[in-house]
Design a protein around this ligand. Structure first.
Ligand SMILES: Nc1ncnc2c1ncn2[C@@H]1O[C@H](COP(=O)(O)OP(=O)(O)OP(=O)(O)O)[C@@H](O)[C@H]1O
Length: 228
């Protein structure tokens, strides 16, 4: 599903954030991308979202080299991806229901589908009873559930999470992880960049470890501790 070939990223200020990355991620995998602060995790995520372009190398998603995409083709790439960030990024003036519905409205889904799918996805993340609340009336964990619901409501093939548990306490983080595992179990490929050692070590999933922009480990059923 995803292939990076000899990918390098140097920012304009000269910082080399990623060096010669060669990885392949198959459909249906759950992959952690770990590494210390500054190792290149967010840059890795930004390249997949095409928020940044690599300085050299190729990135294939579903056999299409996204480094060659024209500007007008980018929305079609993103339509196939859900994204979750550490800071939730919800719209403060919209309710839980409206935040999730908005993701469907911008891809011009029918009202019929919106009315069917939004309650289903809110049920899945355990927020059926909070659909009329505003983000500031929710806990951090609940806000992240809304953000997850919004990310998956259009049924993307790929879910990309950048530190999704970074602002949450350990118990709430595990709740979010269980939702992520369930999403993955239903067939969505999940890529999660994180610092959260305990989550990674418990998960026994594939772990790609970055250090100073290089992949220093790529292990099935790996652990964060391998980095040390
Ligand atoms: N827009 C930018 N311009 C210049 N340098 C950048 C930019 N974004 C990131 N960098 C640099 O690239 C390197 C990798 O940063 P990146 O944000 O990818 O790391 P990270 O592993 O996600 O770190 P953290 O865990 O702290 O978020 C760092 O040295 C960082 O300072």
């Amino acid at each position: 599903m995803i292939q990076m070939l000899q990918v390098c990223k140097q920012y304009k200020n000269g910082v080399i954030a990623l060096k010669n990355i060669n990885i392949e991620i198959n459909t249906g995998e759950f992959v952690f991308v770990v590494g210390a602060s500054g190792a290149g995790k967010s840059t890795f995520v930004k390249l997949l979202l095409k928020e940044e372009n690599p300085t050299s190398g190729k990135i294939f998603i579903n056999n299409k080299d996204i480094t060659q995409l024209k500007q007008r083709e980018i929305p079609y790439l993103r339509r196939n991806m859900g994204v979750v960030f550490q800071d939730f990024r919800l719209l403060p003036n919209k309710t839980v229901y409206e935040n999730v519905a908005f993701a469907m409205e911008i891809v011009e889904e029918s009202i019929k589908n919106i009315k069917k799918q939004v309650p289903e996805v809110l049920e899945m993340v355990g927020l059926a009873d909070k659909q009329n609340h505003y983000p500031n009336q929710l806990s951090g964990g609940e806000q992240q559930r809304v953000s997850l619901a919004r990310a998956i409501v259009n049924k993307p093939q790929l879910l990309i999470c950048d530190e999704p548990t970074g602002n949450l306490d350990p118990d709430t983080s595990m709740d979010i992880m269980h939702i992520l595992y369930e999403i993955n179990h239903k067939g969505t490929t999940v890529i999660m960049a994180t610092h959260a050692k305990n989550i990674v070590d418990l998960a026994k999933r594939r772990v790609i470890t970055l250090r100073d922009g290089e992949v220093i480990n790529d292990q099935e059923k790996g652990g964060y501790s391998l980095e040390d």
